[in-house]
Design a protein around this ligand. Structure first.
Ligand code: ATR
Length: 300
């Protein structure tokens, strides 16, 4: 068991429903050790109909900041008293910081995390590249603003329900103009060909469906990144590898968005690379144990 935190140790949490699977405590505690800034970091399960009450109870108990996960990112933005421009553009917040005496500051670090993972983690500079973003839900909306700010030549949004993609494209039209990025909406069938970077922000794999576009969307040596990781990313990663692309899961993005959130909370930017390496090793070890357990129960 973890020792009880000292009463002066700042308290942070990841708040969602479900939240038991969250890797945020591991990541933030690793950043805190690395930076020599002690924190207490916990998982807070919020009832679906009591997000604000759960948040305020955590604040009353000394909580200073919260990472917000499914399904509360929209409510988090709505209830904040101040919002960063990138959270407003995303239409959702994944970070709430207590901002006394005003209340909560809402921020969104998801898109910055994705861009940093693509550029620093995978080593692909986005400027001038052609990018295909699959999906138009909350994950895609969170990513689009920072993707535009990285100034690729073009971003194509492809989604099953075209009006959803048109809505997020419209919300980002002025931002895209300002950065001289061509932003287009297409269907999966006519998404186009030979993109340098393909990002999967759909939840199609959770629905048990395959990758909704053909391998022609991948340029030779393209980077194909799924925002999910573990089993949820497996179908997309296999598809990308089979087509000769560089496949990357969403673990790097997860660690990078957390690093940016840590910076928002504490004003110090941690090093993400060693934490990502440890997390990758930990997840591989868990998968090996799960695989061995599955083998053990095979009838002999
Ligand atoms: P998230 O917060 O993960 O983005 P979301 O807001 O529910 O979740 O968005 C899910 C995205 O995955 C949407 O783009 C959705 O497409 P629609 O806009 O058409 O609903 C996409 N999606 C979900 N299941 C899919 C499937 N089986 N095939 C293709 N796209 C799918």
């Amino acid at each position: 068991m973890k020792p009880m935190p000292d009463k002066d140790t700042p308290r942070y949490a990841v708040l969602g429903n479900p939240v038991a699977h969250s890797r945020s405590p591991f990541i933030h505690e690793a950043f805190a050790r690395q930076c020599g800034l002690p924190i207490s970091y916990e998982r807070v399960l919020s009832p679906l109909d009591a997000f604000e009450a759960t948040l305020q109870a955590f604040a009353a108990a000394g909580g200073r900041g919260v990472n917000i996960t499914v399904p509360f990112k929209f409510q988090a933005l709505a209830m904040a008293s101040r919002r960063t421009p990138r959270a407003v553009l995303a239409g959702a917040a994944n970070v709430l910081k207590l901002d006394e005496p005003d209340g909560w500051l809402a921020d969104n670090t998801d898109g910055v995390g994705l861009v940093r993972d693509i550029e620093a983690g995978a080593g692909v500079a986005l400027a001038g590249r052609r990018v295909l973003l699959l999906g138009a839900g909350g994950a895609a909306a969170g990513a689009l603003g920072p993707l535009i700010a990285a100034r690729p030549a073009e971003i194509v949004l492809a989604n099953r329900t075209r009006p959803n993609a048109e809505a997020i494209a419209a919300a980002h039209a002025a931002w895209a103009d300002r950065h001289r990025v061509t932003l287009a909406v297409r269907g999966f069938d006519d998404a186009g060909e030979a993109f340098d970077v393909v990002v999967n922000a759909t939840s199609s794999s959770l629905a048990g469906a395959g990758v909704p576009v053909g391998a022609r969307v991948l340029a030779r040596g393209a980077l194909a990144l799924d925002m999910m990781y573990g089993a949820a990313a497996a179908t997309f990663l296999r598809w990308a590898e089979a087509a000769g692309a560089r496949a990357r899961d969403g673990l790097g993005m997860l660690v990078e968005q957390a690093a940016e959130a840590f910076f928002v909370f504490r004003g110090v930017m941690p090093h993400s690379r060693p934490v990502l390496a440890t997390l990758q090793a930990q997840i591989e070890a868990e998968a090996a144990v799960a695989g061995a357990a599955a083998t053990d129960i095979t009838p002999k």
